[in-house]
Design a protein around this ligand. Structure first.
Ligand code: HEC
Ligand code: HEC
Length: 349
């Protein structure tokens, strides 16, 4: 399970290829032992850079690492990666732009960069949804779009609910299929449980802290991982969306799978820039796109909300698809029950 071993966590921090970054928040790594090129970066920034390198080369962490001791330098690709980081810094110094060129500029998901041109049909399409300001979108307000979303999803119905239990499965691009269960309690207690080779793997958010646990032990969620868990834990997204995005504005119109949508732009925590897409027809939230700036380049992520169905007076997506640069997660639910007893101990360690 990738997430079990990835030291994930993301905070958006600009242009940190410069060796000794300092933005006031930066704190030297305390946990890592063998940092030679990323000195001066925080643990979260180093995590982000690792995810960026893995995605750029289309490899697993173990291509460069011995997962029993991440600090060892035995593997040739890890040593080469250090030279590559120095090379990228040198190129960018000459171009006078910290993020002009990075690993993905050459590697594009391959260990060995290609030099032959692809045919037109093999070229990857852009990662983000194309949004255009139109007379129709100019006449809308962000507050109006959110209000319509809240109404479409059941407005007053939310206040009558206290718990939710969702059962189904998690399908990943590994490829793998895991039986899955999610437990929610208002306002934001959450537990997810998937079964990996017969063993449970859980993630919990208790309203303030988050952690993941499997048969080998548990580990705290920090930085961006904690932020994502906090969002996943939200019981009523249509009610609480504004707490995640205090400053939203209308960006324009777009289409998602042929469906017209209106796009709101948002500045999240740190430098993260997010976009939210609402169906023009139903008013419901269909997609969120979010970008984290890693020290080596940006890491886009996308969440798609699909298959809305009405349960106890509110509309819930029965499919949630998360797309990362090198991984996808699809939560599919077959059974959703609300206001059923959920033991408080579920959210305790
Ligand atoms: C392309 C090679 C490459 C890939 C892929 C890669 N890393 Fe690294 N990793 C490095 C290099 C190089 C360093 C040392 C950086 C330095 O010297 O500042 C490092 C350092 C680390 C460290 C710090 C170890 C210590 O104590 O010094 C950890 C932890 C780590 N990587 C985890 C990961 C994880 C988890 C992944 C997968 C998400 C990953 N890495 C993917 C090249 C890689
Ligand atoms: C200017 C283009 C370019 C950029 C930018 C670049 N690389 Fe490379 N990289 C190459 C080429 C070309 C090779 C193959 C070299 C060879 O065949 O000897 C390579 C090889 C590698 C290898 C060895 C492949 C293996 O066998 O495992 C690693 C690891 C690697 N690069 C990591 C990185 C990382 C990490 C970054 C970003 C910090 C990066 N590269 C940026 C061009 C680039």
């Amino acid at each position: 399970m990738r997430q079990a071993l990835a030291i994930v966590g993301c905070i958006g921090v600009m242009a940190l290829l410069a060796p000794h970054a300092s933005d006031g928040r930066a704190r030297q790594t305390t946990t890592f032992k063998n940092i030679k090129v990323f000195d001066g970066l925080t643990d979260e920034q180093i995590d982000d850079a690792m995810m960026y390198m893995r995605g750029s080369l289309g490899v697993q962490c173990e291509h460069c690492h011995d997962d029993k001791d991440w600090s060892r330098d035995d593997k040739e690709p890890k040593r080469t990666a250090r030279q590559m980081i120095r090379m990228v810094r040198e190129i960018n110094r000459q171009l006078d732009d910290d993020l002009a060129v990075s690993c993905y500029s050459c590697h594009r998901g391959h260990v060995r960069p290609l030099t032959s041109l692809p045919l037109l049909t093999e070229r990857p399409s852009g990662v983000s949804t194309v949004v255009k300001a139109t007379p129709a979108s100019n006449s809308l307000s962000a507050g109006g779009v959110l209000k319509r979303y809240l109404d479409a999803s059941g407005s007053a119905g939310w206040s009558r609910l206290t718990t939710r239990v969702m059962k189904g499965r998690l399908v990943t691009s590994e490829p793998a299929v895991y039986p899955a269960e999610l437990y929610y309690k208002t306002p934001n207690k959450f537990r997810s449980r998937i079964i990996v080779s017969g063993e449970p793997y859980t993630k919990v958010f208790d309203g303030a802290r988050g952690w993941s646990a499997d048969n080998r032990g548990s580990s705290d969620a920090h930085g961006g991982e904690l932020e994502r868990l906090r969002r996943q834990a939200t019981f009523a997204l249509p009610v609480d969306l504004e707490t995640f995005y205090p400053k939203l504005s209308v960006d324009g119109e777009a289409t998602i799978a042929g469906e017209p949508v209106v796009a709101l732009g948002a500045t999240g925590k740190g430098d993260a820039r997010d976009r939210l897409f609402f169906s023009t027809r139903s008013g419901l939230l269909l997609r969120i796109e979010s970008t984290t700036i890693s020290p080596l380049g940006s890491l886009p992520r996308r969440w798609d909300y699909e298959d809305y169905r009405k349960v106890n007076g509110v509309r819930l997506p029965f499919k949630l698809r998360e797309t990362d640069p090198d991984y996808t997660y699809l939560w599919e639910f077959t059974e959703v029950r609300q206001n059923v007893p959920v033991d408080e101990a579920m959210f305790q360690r």
